[in-house]
Design a protein around this ligand. Sequence first.
Ligand code: NAD
Length: 333
Amino acid sequence: MDLTRIDVAAPSRPYPVLLGEDLASRLKVHLDEIRFPDRRILVSSPRVWRLHGARVSSGFEALALIVVPDGERSKHLRTVSRIYDGLIAAGADRGSGVVAVGGGVVGDMAGFAAATYLRGMEVAHVPTTLLAQVDSAIGGKTGVNLREGKNLVGAFHQPSAVLMDPSFLRTLDRREFRAGLYEVLKYAIACSAPLFDRLDGDFDSIARRLAPALLPVIEECCRIKARIVTEDERDQGVRRVLNFGHTAGHAFEAVTRYRRFRHGEAVAYGMLVAAELGHRRRRFDTGARDAFARLLWRFGGLPPIRDLRTSELMEVITRDKKIVDGRLHFVLP
Ligand code: NAD
């Protein structure tokens, strides 16, 4: 089996990202190799477990399986509380490890539970959506939403490993897959012109999820994220470029109560806002802005936004975590 290893040299905890087809059925071997705690608790969601549980659990001995709902509207403290209940029932202690199998929502919540239960236990991420593979599983940001806004409660807690199997992505519905592609486009605009060209040039094969086209894209995003997290673990410098599209994006999600958009779709609108701001400030020329927008719209349609009120969006934006000393920091291309 071809296995790619990317190292994240985060100061608080270095760890490997392993990427390989059918890695899902060999989790135990890889976790043993990195000496992940033997007492393992799986956390997943009903849909992911129904589709992939048999493969993941073959040869995997877990103390318990905790199944919690996913989707943005489940990402709150009550769901995390259910994970704590499951950890208590399983007799988990500080020497146990959480293995999160799911999309970004399961990863963020299981990661947060691992960061806080008994003041911290180890976590390994097994991301199953494109968004989670290219972005959320790497970097140690964990947390949940409050009614007042996204990810307002959380902790930095680096995983012990990230184990990625692109074959998970075959069962993703088209909309979820596309939502992940918007995050890929974020890396392309914020960090890598070659990635932009690859996305543009191989668009059809990537959209059809053909492994030879898709794998290098996932790998490139992981390498970028690993490099950035190594340099700036806690979001105080260069890591903030990855917030490109997120300031307005989070506001789109919040004013629609997390019902209308997939996270990546909201980020897509946020990137269009940032691109326009960048253009007006003469930092993003007309040709670049238009090429970016053309590629973004090639992905397919986005949910409508005509009915949203600018004043409500602005109110959320001014509560953003990216406000430092009263000034809103906006990432421009
Ligand atoms: P999600 O976890 O809710 O998953 C989306 C849907 O896909 C769910 O219905 C889920 O059941 C389904 N699903 C998951 N894997 C599947 C598979 N293999 N086949 C079929 N269906 C599958 O959402 P997401 O888009 O993965 O993640 C979004 C979240 O990630 C947001 O809450 C966002 O804030 C967070 N995020 C975190 C970071 C970070 O650094 N921690 C970065 C980016 C985004």
